[in-house]
Design a protein around this ligand. Sequence first.
Ligand code: NCD
Length: 331
Amino acid sequence: MRHLLDTQTLAREDALRILDVAEDMADTQRREIKKLPTLRGKTVVNLFFEDSTRTRISFEAAAKRLSADVINFSAKGSSVSKGESLQDTAQTLQAMGADAVVIRHGASGAPRTLATSGWISAGVVNAGDGTHEHPTQALLDAFTIRKRRFGDDSRGRDLAGVKVTIVGDVLHSRVARSNVWLLTALGAEVTLVAPPTLVPQDVTGWPVEVLYDLDDAIAAGPDALMMLRIQLERMNAAYFPTEREYSRRWGLDARRLDALGVDSIVMHPGPMNRGLEISAEAADSPRSTVLEQVTNGVSVRMAALYLLLAGADAPTTETTAPAGTAKENTR
Ligand code: NCD
């Protein structure tokens, strides 16, 4: 794997490989000493043109736990605010010897431009581009669903027959797009629920069912209900009458939480608008995986960086991959 740009073109086997290596990484993260020497001497640059808390910190933790050197670059306070182009920024990073560039950008397609431009030789990881994709978020979501379902027996399994319902601001959500491609590639059945104004026009070409009524969707018995943040910062028009009306019709409140099956889980990529798309009861309930998603995000990003940077000679099996290098760690 040279780059991780999207899940739409990610092969199913590559996705499963990332999830399985992430299982190995998660095992190492339960040890007292979490740091592995695997990427010693490599440099990972976090290039963030859009605000982020958990994704940037998660990539930083992942790179550091693999012993890579990490450079955090955020556009605010940098020469980007003086008008420097993506090309000049990228070439500067190349000159400093970056081995991997993790990029978040407001423009859909920026990571692919970076990967294919010839400006840099580093591996590129998309950490969210505009409303296009956010592949590591979808991978950590798939990991979380698989882990809740199969526990320690997750390795090698796909999500055949698992019903996932994604609710809310699908129109502006790169998380929804990445999840649609990845989860369906892994065999899950995906349903989208949103007000008609927040359903993208090209949805007819997606392998999903679209519903407009959340109660109907809950009655169908989803295994996972993924609530999306209402992305007010990307809204330039009135997509729904009022916030109160939105939460009444499409918010996960206590009543709807009770109507979910006993084993179904509630997911949210964060940051949450508590009281808008998700109530405090739902966010803090035992069936909420919000914090597990954050924990799993580090393991999944460790796996992605490892597979990108350890390259063709990255060992494939559970015993030779991180577990083997971890032994060195305890000497
Ligand atoms: C998501 C994002 O930035 O796309 N957040 C995240 O990465 N955890 C979702 C969102 O901002 O709503």
